[in-house]
Write a protein that binds this ligand. Structure first.
Ligand code: PEP
Ligand code: MN
Length: 336
């Protein structure tokens, strides 16, 4: 259930409804954007919309068809803009996250940081924990990479985005990174999602390999209902019968998500492409479809990379991609 207030509703009227709901044993969540609303999380089937609409200041009470509440457009009609230092995510300017698939060495990482910063990226990938399909593959440098992360950030000023694989690594990385990434393989790790709800940093939530859009939104609902509303959704390709690409980039997910939710939508063109030559087209398609940003893998010597060697871009290719994306962004009313 979402309770939407009239534009001229007073603070006292909103407070009154909020307190009454608490007295009745519900869990209300307040949203103070351009239009004030209250979501009732949990079961609200016992509440009648007429009861709520009788309160002064209430414009309407809406019973939601879908199970997601806090992520829904009904709860918050205007798009969410997440602030990460000076970077605004979800506004007119597109977000560009770039960097290697994995942090490997100090030299590899810091040189990539410099190159992507120069080309115009605003956030640096900081993959120190890697969720690999095979347990025998490189699993990431882990905490050994912290000094390299610091050096890259000190030199470039770029905030860092790091994937966390488990609840314990949230606390371990707290003082070393600026935002967390939930990998596709962890989209339905509900303990992790709940912990990120209390993690105090923005979260990039990737869609599971076989996750539906509804499941992605409900995963975001886990983070938001645990207290963190700074969530970005990431379309990174899904598993279909097609094998010509590594995953099938579900470009239609971008407008569907924008229709259903106020959260920013980021496209990852690297993982669905699986090879360098396809990354640019998928990146442009993502921007054209209305994505609020991209996350792209870049490496100084991609063919020597310790993970995802075939799909990482060279520094020159990334610079070229940034130039090619500009007119596409402009065509859909965005800036890069
Ligand atoms: C990654 O970003 O390197 C990664 C492992 O992505 P995904 O979780 O989408 O496979
Ligand atoms: Mn990767």
């Amino acid at each position: 259930m979402i309770i939407v207030f009239e534009p001229k509703a007073t603070e006292a009227q909103v407070q009154h409804v909020f307190e009454r709901l608490q007295e009745w044993g519900f869990t209300p969540v307040l949203q103070e954007g351009e239009q004030i609303s209250i979501a009732i999380t949990g079961d609200s089937s016992a509440l009648r919309t007429q009861t709520l609409e009788a309160f002064d200041g209430v414009q309407k009470a809406v019973r939601l068809k879908e199970a997601y509440k806090l992520v829904s457009k009904e709860f918050k009609p205007e798009g969410t803009v997440i602030e990460l230092g000076d970077v605004k995510i979800g506004g007119k300017k597109l977000l560009m996250i770039a960097g290697p698939c994995s942090v490997e060495t100090e030299e590899q990482y810091v040189s990539t940081a410099r190159a992507v910063k120069k080309a115009g990226a605003q956030v640096l990938r900081a993959g120190i924990y890697k969720p690999r399909t095979s347990p025998y593959d490189f699993q990431g440098v882990g905490e050994r990479g912290f000094p390299w992360l610091k050096k890259a950030k000190d030199e470039t000023g770029l905030p860092l985005c790091a994937e966390v694989l488990d609840v314990a690594s949230i606390a371990k990385t707290k003082d070393h990174v600026d935002m967390y990434q939930v990998g596709a393989r962890n989209m339905q790790n509900y303990d992790l999602l709940r912990a990120l709800g209390k993690g105090g940093k923005p979260v990039l939530l990737k869609r599971g390999l076989s996750g539906t859009i509804k499941e992605l939104l409900l995963a975001a609902e886990y983070i938001m209902s645990s207290g963190n509303h700074d969530v970005m959704l990431c379309e990174r390709g899904i598993r279909t019968y097609e094998t010509a690409t590594r995953f099938t980039l579900d470009i239609g997910a971008v407008p569907v998500l924008h229709h259903d939710t106020h959260l920013p939508v980021i496209v990852d063109p690297s993982h669905p492409a699986g090879k360098r030559s396809l990354v640019g087209s998928m990146a442009k398609a993502g921007v054209a479809a209305g994505a609020d940003g991209l996350i792209v893998e870049v490496h100084p010597e991609p063919e020597k990379a310790w993970s995802d060697a075939a799909q990482q871009l060279t520094f020159d290719q990334f610079e070229q991609l940034m130039a090619e994306l500009k007119p596409v962004a402009q065509a859909v009313g965005r800036e890069l």
